[in-house]
Design a protein around this ligand. Structure first.
Ligand code: CA
Length: 226
């Protein structure tokens, strides 16, 4: 079993390397996310231990880039922060599990073995609604053959709709999904972002996909708009 440890703090990295080697694992260490992506590109690791706080790109971005490149080694994310927000962004970025520092080595090992037993992490499938396609793994969106650039928030909003086509989603459901860690809920934030999304996925194509349902909320047409 070979493991890639991504950690910039030398002491921690050395500790992990020694501990895991003692268990008979083969260990490589990367000191940055960029380096980790490069290493994972050239060797197939059974698991990646990925610290969140890194110089350069952080652990979430590292995980996202690996997934984008089609690297599906299971990722165990390590963080000192331990907040719900971290956990959610970690799993959104394609991490498979999450461990808060400080952790016991026994726990780390148990989680790691469980991940490896489960095998390659499953690539989330592309969601299609009519002509609209959305890839949660690479964060790409298309209408027909045209790729559409969305901001992170716009993407989450569209993904929320695309996971429930034809359903009316209330403003508070949308806020919960797309703005779960925002502090200030500006009352018109949903309207504003719906407008942005429509300007990108509908207007240039002369179609209407997100409908306003008066007094209730919004609905993505099951046919993806026409
Ligand atoms: Ca670190």
């Amino acid at each position: 079993m070979n493991v890639l440890v991504v950690e910039d703090e030398m002491k921690m990295a050395a500790l992990l390397r020694r501990g895991l080697s003692e268990q008979g694992l083969t260990v490589d260490v990367a000191g940055s996310g960029e380096e980790a992506v490069g290493m994972a590109r050239s060797s197939a690791y059974d698991a990646v231990l990925l610290d969140v706080i890194l110089p350069g790109i952080d652990g979430f971005e590292t995980c996202r880039q690996m997934r984008e490149e089609g690297i599906w080694s299971p990722v165990l994310m390590l963080t000192a922060r331990g907040s719900l927000e971290d956990r959610v962004s970690g799993l959104d970025g394609g991490a498979d599990d999450y461990l808060t520092k400080p952790f016991s080595f026994a726990e780390l090992l148990a989680r790691l073995r469980a991940l490896v037993r489960r095998g390659q992490s499953e690539r989330p499938s592309i969601i299609e609604v009519g002509e609209l396609r959305l890839d949660p793994a690479t964060r790409e969106v298309w209408r027909g053959d045209t790729e559409i650039e969305l901001s992170a928030k716009e993407f989450v909003l569209l993904e929320t709709f695309m996971r429930r086509p034809g359903h009316v989603l209330t403003r508070s459901q949308l806020l919960d999904q797309a703005w779960e860690y925002d502090f200030e809920h500006r009352s018109n934030v949903i309207e504003v972002y719906i407008r942005y999304v429509r300007l990108k996925i509908d207007v240039p194509f002369g179609v209407k996909s997100i409908e306003t349902v008066r007094g209730a909320g919004y609905r993505l047409r099951k046919d993806g708009g026409r």
